[in-house]
Design a protein around this ligand. Sequence first.
Ligand code: DGJ
Length: 353
Amino acid sequence: MKNGALWPDDNGVHINAHGGSILEFDGVRYWYGEHKTAGWDGRLAWVGVHVYSSADLEHWTDRGIALAVSDDPASPICRGQRIERPKVIFCRKTGKFVMYFHSADDSHARADMGVAVSDTPTGPFRFLYAERAEKGVWPLDAAPQDKDPRIIGRTPAWQDKHDAEWRFFLEKHGTLGRDLPDGQSVRDQTLFVDDDGKAYHIYASEDNSAMHIALLTDDYLRHSGKYVRVFRGRWQEAPILFKRDGVYYMMNSGCYGWLPCPAHGARAENIWGPWFEFENPCRGEDPVSGTGPETTFGCQGACAFSAGGRQYVMLDRWNMADFIDSRYVWLPVAFHSDGTFSVTWTAECRPEL
Ligand code: DGJ
C-alpha cells in the first residue's frame, strides 16, 4: 500500500471507506468507512457506510454498502445528512456486529451517536437510533462547579458566536450542565473493546472542547451511564484509542474540521484516566506531498488496528475539493521506554499478519 496513492479494490476502483475502522473477525479483516462522493457535496452522506474485506490487509474485496442511507426525510440517516466516522465492533455476548457513527445534519446543530446492528460483518446493518448521550447523567468526575446553576445559566449555546469569549468560557467550564437535560453532544467518535470484553465509546463533546469516554452496556447497544470527561478545554477531534502491554494510548487531531493539523498523543494506565498528554507523536516527512508532523502528514486519524503483533494507525488525507478522491495513509506505531509512542512516515506500509 503506497501511502497517499490510489488504493484499488478488486474491481480496480479506489477504496471508498473514509473516517473508517478495521475489524478482524474469523481471520478476515473488514474495513468500514464513509462512502464519499465527488466534489464538496461529497462531505454529506449520499450512499452510506461502505465495507470491504481482506485476508491479507493488502487485497480488498468490495462487499458493498453495510449501512445504506434512508429515503425517509424524517430519518436521521436520510440521504444528505451526515454519517461520519463509522466504527464496528463484534459483541461476543450477543453474536452481533455493532456500528456507531456520528450522526448529524449539514449545519452540525444535531450532534448524535448513531447506532446500527447486524448479524453478519458485511451487513446490511439495521439502523437502531440516533440520539445524544448520557441524558440526565453526570460523569463520574463531575465537580461541584459543573452543577452550579449560575455557571449553567451563563453557558453559551452551540449556535452562539464562536469567539474568544466563547472559547474561554468553554475551556474553563465546559457545557456539561447545559446539556444534561437533553444529553451530551456526540461529534467525532471511536469505539474500543478492552481485553475483558468491555466496550467504550470515545467521542468529542461539549461543543468539541472536551472528549468523553463512556462504557457501553454488555450488548454494546447503549451507553451504560458510566462516563468521564478527558482533555478538558483541549479541543480535540478524530480520536484513535489503542492498548499495548496494559497501557492505553490515544492519538487525536486538533479541532480544524477536515484541515490537517498536529496530532496529540496521550497515555493512561486506566481507561478512566488520568490521561497524560505528550508531544505530537509524528516523525519524519513525506517528500512527495511535502508534509510532516505539523500537519500529521496532511492527514487526520481514522482508527488503529493491529497485525502480526504490531500496532498501526490509519489516517485520512482528506480532499475537500473532491471528497471521493481522499486518500489513505497507514503507519506503524513505535512504543518508547519513556511511555510515549511515535508514528514515523514511511512511503509504503505492508503490515505482516
Ligand atoms: C471534524 C472531523 O474531524 C472531520 O473529519 C470531519 O468529520 C468534520 N468534522 C466534518 O465537519
